[in-house]
Structures are given as C-alpha cells and as structure tokens.
Design a protein around this ligand. Structure first.
Ligand code: PLP
Length: 501
C-alpha cells in the first residue's frame, strides 16, 4: 500500500509490486474460442515453468496513476534548464514531432518495395546530403543507432580500409579527455587504445602526436580519435596540423562529432583533415534523448572511404530513389533496416527548419551562453583551463574545496532544490571536481542568468551552512541517494523478498 503521509514535498512511490492486491487485474480477456491444449504434451514438460511468474496484480487505474506519478518525478527539458554537459540537452521543437508522426512515414514497412516508399527514401537521401554538407564529407551512412555505435562503425570502416591497403595497424591514439565510449569502440574493433595526455592548455599538441607515433611505431598506429571541440569545451586548434602528421605516417583521423553543436555551420571537419566522423543526431540535430535512446549516430567519410560504408545506401538513379546493396567492399550491415528512422525524420525536419544560417546562429548562441556562464561564475568556480570556451564550460571545485567542506556532488544536489537539473560532474576526470555545464542555444538569457544566481547562492551557502548542502536535495521525493550502494548492488529485477537486501 502507498504510505499515507502529509507531505510538503513529492511523496514516495513504492515499486508497482507493492501496489494492488492478490488476484487484482487490469486486463479482461475474451472467452477462449480455440481448443485448449496441454502445453506439456505439446512442447515438452522440460520447457514448462515450475512457478507462476511474479507479476504485479493491479487494476488499470493503479497502473495509470503509478506511472503518471513516476513521470512527474522526472525532470525534462520541457520543465526547465538542463545544463548536462556533453549531452546537449537542447529544446526539441514540436514541429519535429509532428513530422515524425505523419502517417505516410509511420505506416510504412522497410520490407516494402522501393517504389512504395519513395518519400522515405528521398528523405534519407536528402538527410545524408545535408549532413555531408555540414561535415564536408563525401558520403554519410545513417544506420548507426547512437554516437557510440557510430564510433564503432567509423572505426570499422577505417579497419576495412587499412586491410584493403594490406596493412595491419592495431593501435588507436585517444586523448585522456575523451568520452568513455571512444576507447570502448576502439577495443570493440580489435584495436588497442593508447592514451594521449592533453597539453597544458587542455588541447592536443602536434609534438605529442608525433612523439606518440614514434613511441608506438608509426606503422602500428591506425588512427587518432579526437573529439572536437573536446570534452573540456575547447577547440582543438592544431587539428589540421595533426591531421597532416597522421596522414604522412599512413594513419587516419577519426573525429568524435558528438559536440558538433559548437561548430556546425562554422567549421566543416573534413576541411580540417578529418577522414571519418560520427554525428549525434539526438544531440545536435534535436531529438528528445536521455534514459537510453532512441538516437542516431550517422558516420561521414571522405571519398576514399565511401566504398566501405555499411549497406544499403540510398542512391538516386534516373529520378528514383533505390536501396543499393551491391557494394562489395562494404563492412556490411551494422543495424537492422535503415536505423532509427523516426530520429532521422526529426533531424531532417530540424535541418530544413533551421537552414544553413540557422545552424550557424545556433552555434553562435550555444557558445555565447556557455561563455556567459563562465564569465559570471568563474570567480566562485574557477575553470582549470582559462580563456574562452565553446559550447560548454568545465568549472572546478578548487575554491569551494579549499574554503569549505562542500564537494562538487553537494553543489550538484543543491541545484535540484533551486529547480535546475545538475550539470555533469566529475567528468572529464582530468579536471578536479569537474562541473561540466552546457546551457545550449535554446536557453533564454534570463534562464541562464537565474542558473548563475543559483550557483552564486550555493557558493554562499557552502560557507555559511555546509550541512544544508550535504543533505540536499530537500525538495524532492527522495533525498540523497546512497550512490555507492546503488552502483555496487543494482536492483536488476525487483522481487518482494529481495527488496531489503
Ligand atoms: C563526446 C561524446 N562522444 C560520444 C558520445 C556517445 O554518444 P551516445 O550516447 O549517443 O552513444 C557522447 C554522448 O554524449 C559524447 O558526449
């Protein structure tokens, strides 16, 4: 039963298994109108269950209320400022949802003939070319289902190209500020990640890349995987020189394009020497994300690498759009059908709505908002790497840690009481007590300013009443979580008897 409590904050919602009563159900099934069978005889007794499955026994109303209450606990970009660094939680215009729900796009099936799905194929063809124009690439595959999947696919293309050259290079250089998915994608492709330390300014230096090539063996290095702007929010200004160094050693340059929101419409990565790059459509090109998906991580490549892209690709032949599977050098499929089509529709809508000028303006505003935050609160929360940032600013707890007993985690939790989603914290690891703040271009100045005022107020509280911060948040249904316990003992599948262990 839900505990009866007078509350000023949100109530605690028990797991659905603790609601309802034995025998209660929300379903009404029609009378069986086919002959009953003996499942043991039909399928063999060894496949039969020994016990009834543990299912919630609740009425329809209880289910509806339970999930409605849970949804009200959620925080979303539609509710308020969501400066979760590295995630680009921008507002997603409703027109994207409208197009993604158009019947002509939702009621088709990927097994239909090309002739019957010309509109969907044209949309994919146009999206591919729009993304290629933004990145400066020859071709783009739309198949990968997320950024990490794009990384996996892009590196697979690099591996195939190296094999075609008769080379067996097995090392990929990855800067220490990289997103964790980068080394993981390297390893998934059978390469070994080699860590590169960022220079003092927080960006890669050409001499460090040269030294790494020398140390690891220039003929052993397949690629460098760099994020630009990197996860410190800084533009890798030596990227063109680094590309030349890699290319002259026979290695390639992979760019993690998840942070494209800081440069789209301003810099075309292929012009800086990038051979392969993935785009995070769910971040930069505006699809609701979080909680694990769905997303899309298209991969752009240069002319030289285009033949290795996954099959099928959409081609326009004699005014018709067709799926081309006849690509003998392709790395093969990386996902069923054409990827997350609904996300592709949203991204296409967004690009059409914004146009070339619009995306350049979005970049300018994203960078302006991040620098506004930096300039406003850098005194209280100093940045480890000085100077202007791009789309996100990474601040540190240097001052607050020295002057108070409060930590970055306490600051983040207290922000919830002020009505803001906390920023990303303790990432990148190379920044002490990192607070990674990405306001995005869709936030109005007043909201960014309110956030800065909250950060200032928290700084004062940290000095005057640190205990208040240590137990924050105070305004939500649950207070401070035992995060160590949650990480070490995840509840994989809730059972009543296991609920307390
Ligand atoms: C820099 C960077 N690379 C890669 C990824 C992975 O993208 P995804 O979560 O879509 O797999 C992210 C995600 O935020 C990112 O910020």
């Amino acid at each position: 039963m839900r505990p009866l409590q007078a509350h000023t904050v949100l109530h605690v919602e028990p797991p659905i298994f603790e609601l309802g009563a034995a025998g209660r159900s929300g379903a009404s099934l029609p009378e069986m109108d086919v002959p009953e069978i003996d499942p043991g005889q039909e399928f063999g007794v060894d496949v039969l269950r020994c016990e009834d499955p543990l299912l919630p026994e609740v009425s329809e109303l209880e289910v509806i209320r339970h999930y409605t209450r849970l949804s009200q606990w959620n925080y979303s970009i539609d509710e308020g400022f969501y400066p979760l660094g590295s995630c680009t939680m921008k507002y997603n215009p409703r027109v994207n949802e409208w197009t993604a729900r158009l019947q002509g796009l939702t009621d088709i099936h990927p097994y239909q003939n090309d002739d019957q799905i010309q509109g969907a194929l044209e949309l994919m063809w146009r999206l591919e070319h729009a993304l290629a124009a933004v990145g400066g690439f020859a071709r783009v595959t739309l198949q990968p289902a997320a950024g990490a999947h794009g990384e996996f696919t892009g590196l697979k293309v690099i591996r195939a190209a190296l094999s075609a050259r008769g080379e067996r290079r097995r090392k990929v250089l990855v800067p220490d500020s990289a997103h964790g998915t980068n080394p993981a994608s390297v390893a998934f492709n059978g390469f070994a990640p080699v860590l590169l330390a960022s220079g003092e300014a927080g960006i890669l230096r050409p001499q460090d890349v040269e030294q790494a090539l020398e140390r690891e063996g220039a003929d052993q290095v397949a690629a460098l995987m760099v994020t630009n702007p990197n996860t410190l929010g800084l533009f890798e200004s030596h990227i063109a020189e680094i590309a030349k160094i890699l290319h002259s050693a026979g290695a390639m340059l992979y760019m993690d394009g998840a942070n494209l929101n800081a440069i789209m419409g301003k810099v075309r990565p292929a012009d800086t020497g990038v051979d392969v790059m993935h785009y995070n459509l769910h971040k930069t090109f505006s699809t609701p994300h979080g909680g694990g998906g769905p997303g899309a991580g298209p991969v752009g490549v240069t002319e030289e690498l285009a033949r290795f892209l996954p099959v099928p690709v959409v081609e326009r032949r004699n005014g018709r759009f067709v799926l081309d599977y006849d690509r003998p050098d392709s790395v093969g499929r990386v996902r069923s059908f054409m990827g997350n089509f609904g996300v592709l529709v949203r991204a296409y809508t967004y690009l059409r709505e914004m146009g070339a000028d619009g995306i350049a303006r979005a970049t300018e505003l994203a960078v302006l908002n991040a620098n506004y935050v930096r300039a406003r609160i850098e005194k209280e929360y100093p940045a480890q790497y000085g100077g202007a940032c791009l789309h996100e600013v990474v601040l540190s707890d240097h001052r607050i840690e020295k002057e108070t007993s409060v930590t970055t985690l306490d600051v983040a939790k207290r922000l919830i009481d002020y009505g803001f989603h906390p920023p990303t914290i303790y990432f990148p690891l190379i920044v002490h007590g990192a607070l990674m703040i990405e306001p995005t271009e869709t936030e109005p100045l007043e909201e960014v300013e309110r956030f800065c005022q909250a950060m200032e107020a928290i700084f004062v509280e940290a000095h005057e009443d640190p205990e208040l911060l240590k137990h924050a948040p105070h305004s939500r249904g649950v207070n401070r979580m035992d995060e160590v316990r949650a990480a070490r003992k995840p509840v994989l599948r809730w059972r009543p008897e296991a609920s307390d262990s």
